[in-house]
Design a protein around this ligand. Sequence first.
Ligand SMILES: C[S@@+](CC[C@H](N)C(=O)[O-])C[C@H]1O[C@@H](n2cnc3c(N)ncnc32)[C@H](O)[C@@H]1O
Length: 220
Amino acid sequence: MGCGYGATMLQLLEVLPWSTITGVNLNSEQLAIAEQKVTASQHSQRAQLQLANFQAIPFQDESYDAAYALESACYGEGETKSKFISEAARLLRPGGKLVVIDGFKKHSQPLPGWMDRIHRRCLTAWDMTSLANIDGFAAALKLQGFTEIEVKDISWNILPTLIYVPVVVVKLLSAQLVRKEESRRQYLQALLLTLLLSPFKKHFGYFVVTCTKSNVEKKN
Ligand SMILES: C[S@@+](CC[C@H](N)C(=O)[O-])C[C@H]1O[C@@H](n2cnc3c(N)ncnc32)[C@H](O)[C@@H]1O
């Protein structure tokens, strides 16, 4: 759900040779590149790509065994990403698994003024409207009939990526200045603001959330 350029999808096709995977993305340009990558791979028979909003995917109810969203659920609407969650719940068979890996706020308290301003700029730079807080997200999963909800803070695991950010920034700037490549100002801003906020572990974290769609029918 939000497959980007298909990188994770291709890795999963490689390590799960029995699987068939459908990647869903709202961005047609990214999807076209994903399509090229998948076609060039040896896994094209097991892969499908679909242009769609992951909050309204044109597939039948209960047609998937598992779903994942890597750094994409954050783009869902609302504070708890409830439309994203309900769409995952609709598509999964009972007993199906959902895995979400993403940045979250750690609480719903107001942030200090200066941090809130940086946070808002950061969201704008990433084209996001809000970052869910992890407890609210887990509660929304429960409400939509997910069980066995496991939340793991893996913030320290992404430290090497954060250390790499300045290298990426220098590379992008030199490409712009030396090779006169197109300016990627907004992306640079997003990277630097994320780096700036990342030490504030009391407020922000990077999590992996796994859960199972209940076998018991949800009562309305
Ligand atoms: C940071 S990328 C995720 C990378 C990707 N998961 C991967 O494994 O490489 C976020 C992706 O979510 C997609 N996206 C954002 N909102 C979406 C939506 N409502 N429906 C479908 N895709 C969406 C964006 O187009 C982008 O490709």
